[in-house]
Design a protein around this ligand. Structure first.
Ligand code: F6R
Length: 243
């Protein structure tokens, strides 16, 4: 595993942005696996700036996102499709038809999971899968469990997640209870993985994930078994791992 430790969030975003940018330069028709969450926002700003300056061309790039809430359409401001459009896709010259996010409004969640897994396979191996990490070691919506889920699947959100999301919705009834997520197997099929972490609050789980035992109780720990992982984090997030 390659580890890059940066002084702060902005430097982390520039470093991780450079890694994805170099892939786009070297392979203009690459497939990027993308993530939502607060950590990649600075990295996405980097990519937008480099596209605006003419350094990057996304016209042949394809993307697949990790996850989406069940029940939210792409025009809902809390959907992950909306997040990707507003934080990246609307600002670069990627073709929207080449961007893939699970369909949260699909009438049959299991059929949508099967369709999405076949989209991932049809695109060929993801060249680089970007991941953030939850405080409990979750990646995508793969929460601590008894086993590592293999393929794209529907999950029931944990009560703590539902509670935390409540502030973004008008009523408690509107808060999504389920989500669609790539499985751990879907993620591990990627040729390379780029993990971004920032902030002191992530330091304990970063250490558990990358220096502790590989266990489904810490889903990100599986990444220790992937042959091509790059971890980019700021000092605050990496301090416990690097000691
Ligand atoms: C995002 C995702 C999540 C986040 C994780 C970290 O698509 O699947 O696993 O990567 O919750 O989120 P942040 O970056 O907000 O700390």
């Amino acid at each position: 595993m390659q580890i890059y430790c940066t002084p702060n969030y902005d430097a982390m975003s520039r470093k991780a942005g450079s890694i994805l940018a170099s892939l786009v330069v070297l392979k203009p028709n690459c497939t990027l696996g993308l993530a939502t969450g607060s950590t990649p926002i600075g990295l996405y700003k980097e990519l937008i700036a480099r596209c605006e300056s003419g350094e990057l061309d996304f016209s042949a790039v394809k993307s697949v996102n990790l996850d989406e809430y069940i029940g939210l359409g792409g025009d809902h401001d809390q959907s992950y499709r909306y997040f990707m459009n507003t934080n990246l896709f609307d600002h670069i010259n990627i073709q929207k038809a080449n961007t893939h996010v699970p369909n949260g409004l699909a009438p049959d969640a299991d059929a949508e999971c099967a369709r999405y897994e076949s989209v991932i396979d049809a695109l060929g191996p993801i060249d680089c899968q970007l991941l953030g990490m939850g405080h409990n070691g979750h990646i995508g919506f793969n929460e601590p469990a008894e086993h590592f889920p293999l393929v794209t699947h529907a999950v029931d959100l944990q009560p703590s997640t539902i509670q935390a999301n409540a502030r973004f919705f008008a009523t408690m009834e509107d808060v999504p209870r389920r989500a669609l997520t790539m499985g751990i197997g879907s993620i591990m099929k990627a040729k390379s993985i780029l993990v971004v972490v920032s902030g002191k609050d992530k330091a304990p789980i970063v250490k558990r994930a990358f220096a502790g035992p590989v266990t489904p109780q810490v889903p990100a720990s599986i990444l220790q078994l992937h042959p091509n992982v790059t971890l980019v984090g700021d000092e605050a997030a990496l301090c416990e791992l690097l000691g």
